[in-house]
Design a protein around this ligand. Structure first.
Ligand SMILES: *Cc1c(COP(=O)(O)O)cnc(C)c1O
Length: 415
């Protein structure tokens, strides 16, 4: 994590001491670095400077308004998957004409809202969705710009839960049906076919499958053009992985973008990208405090105040997050399973971690900027944590911690 460093033993994000953030805002607490978010977005944008392109940040990775606002100020586009995400983008100052709308199950109200806002493109994932969008656009008296998300049948070689480009997956239109789907789209009067899209999965650590998918999509675009339907842009989706642990090697953003730029040079297609994790993943941490140290049959547990309710990735994907102390302590190290208070055996944040701990110590769970807060829940009636953005030497609360009262404010008992 680039904006993270130690100074006199204390962990800092940019110029802010994280122990101070924990004290001021309490734990558990998500903290994001503005500089780190900007640096990774710019890595995409600058490497594509010579190419017609739009970097559309995938909002689902982290949809806090402050994150979206920082990106909107850079001129980012946004990839959304719901009407809720559209509302967030607009509330954060994002431009509707830089929004693309992905997802397999767009509702009519979501389509209407996106058409009324004037988004750039709908990534359509099925024939019935084409027909619904045509009808909704017709009723509003507008034409909907569409790109078809095709399933290139490429193995992203990532965790099966986050692999989306294989046959038999719910996402996209099968490659062998794509031409017919384009012909249908071209016939429908209220649609304007503008591009082609694919997204084969997430946390992809080698670019070969991404390149293979791009080749298939470019072949398809040529075949579509040969049927008299010229396309203007190719959307390569997101999925670029990040480094969660030392031993891991993640693709370099600039090098990947240079590969893309070389491949589309001379084709006339504009490039659209939908990176989520690669922009925010390593720009955020989750702060926690050690509640108890528990010894059980020779196994040591560090029970902390963060859990799978705040960060579900370890429980859901057996994902690894580095866990480090906020302050260096002159204590003996031991091996701990770092676990939360939630009543599930899967409520683990990290297993077999060598740490020097005492109750009350602060910890940072690293690389938690993507798919952290957005996947949090109120399981066990736990209020969602607060979120803080660091900007140089200041730490700004960008979402308040939920109150317990708010958790059941919409509920009632029977008379
Ligand atoms: C999730 C998703 C993304 C972003 O994926 P990352 O792995 O976070 O880059 C982009 N496009 C679509 C369609 C998605 O579903």
């Amino acid at each position: 994590m680039s904006a993270l460093h130690r100074q006199d033993g204390d962990l800092h994000l940019e110029s802010v001491r994280l122990a101070d953030v924990a004290r001021r805002f309490g734990t558990p607490c998500y903290v994001y670095s503005r500089a780190a978010i900007e640096a990774s977005w710019r890595a995409f944008d600058e490497a594509l400077a010579g190419t017609d392109h739009l970097v559309c940040y995938a909002v689902k990775a982290n949809s806090n308004l402050a994150v979206l606002g920082v990106l909107a100020a850079l001129g980012s586009g946004f990839d959304i998957v719901s009407g809720g995400e559209l509302a967030r983008v607009l509330a954060a100052g994002g431009r509707a004409d830089r929004v693309i709308f992905s997802g397999v199950g767009k509702g009519e109200a979501e389509m209407r809202a996106a058409l009324a806002a004037g988004i750039r493109c709908f990534n359509v994932e099925s024939e019935p969705e084409l027909e619904r969008l045509d009808a909704v656009a017709g009723a509003l008296g507008v034409r909907a710009p569409v790109s078809l998300r095709v399933n290139p049948d490429v193995d992203a070689r990532t965790h099966p839960y986050i692999s989306t480009g294989l046959k038999g997956n719910k996402f996209g239109i099968a490659h062998d049906r794509a031409l017919a789907a384009y012909e249908l789209a071209a016939r429908l009067p209220n649609l304007e076919v503008t591009g082609v899209d694919c997204h084969i999965g997430s946390q992809i650590l080698e670019t070969a499958p991404l390149e293979e998918a791009l080749e298939r999509v470019l072949d398809l675009a040529a075949a579509v053009a040969a049927r008299g339907i010229p396309l203007r842009h190719v959307d390569v989706g997101g999925g670029l992985g990040i480094r969660y642990r030392e031993e891991e090697q993640a693709p370099d953003i600039r090098r990947w973008c240079e590969t893309l730029a070389r491949r589309v040079a001379g084709t006339g297609y504009g490039l659209v990208l939908e990176p989520g994790r690669a922009i925010v993943g390593n720009a955020g941490v989750l702060l926690a405090t050690v509640e108890y140290l528990k010894l059980d049959k020779g196994k040591r547990f560090a029970i902390v105040d963060a859990s799978m309710s705040e960060l579900i990735r370890p429980a859901l994907y057996e994902a690894w997050h580095d866990i480090v102390p906020l302050a260096a302590a002159a204590r003996e190290e031991a091996e701990y399973d770092v676990v939360g208070p939630v009543c599930e055996s899967s409520d683990v944040l990290g297993t077999a971690r060598r740490l020097a701990l005492a109750p009350g110590d602060g910890l940072a769970i690293l690389s938690a900027g993507a798919y952290g807060m957005v996947m949090s829940s109120n399981y066990n009636s736990r209020p969602r944590p607060c979120e803080v953005m660091v900007d140089g030497a200041r730490a700004v609360g960008v979402r308040a911690r939920e109150s317990v009262d708010s958790l059941f404010a919409g509920e009632r008992t029977l008379d």
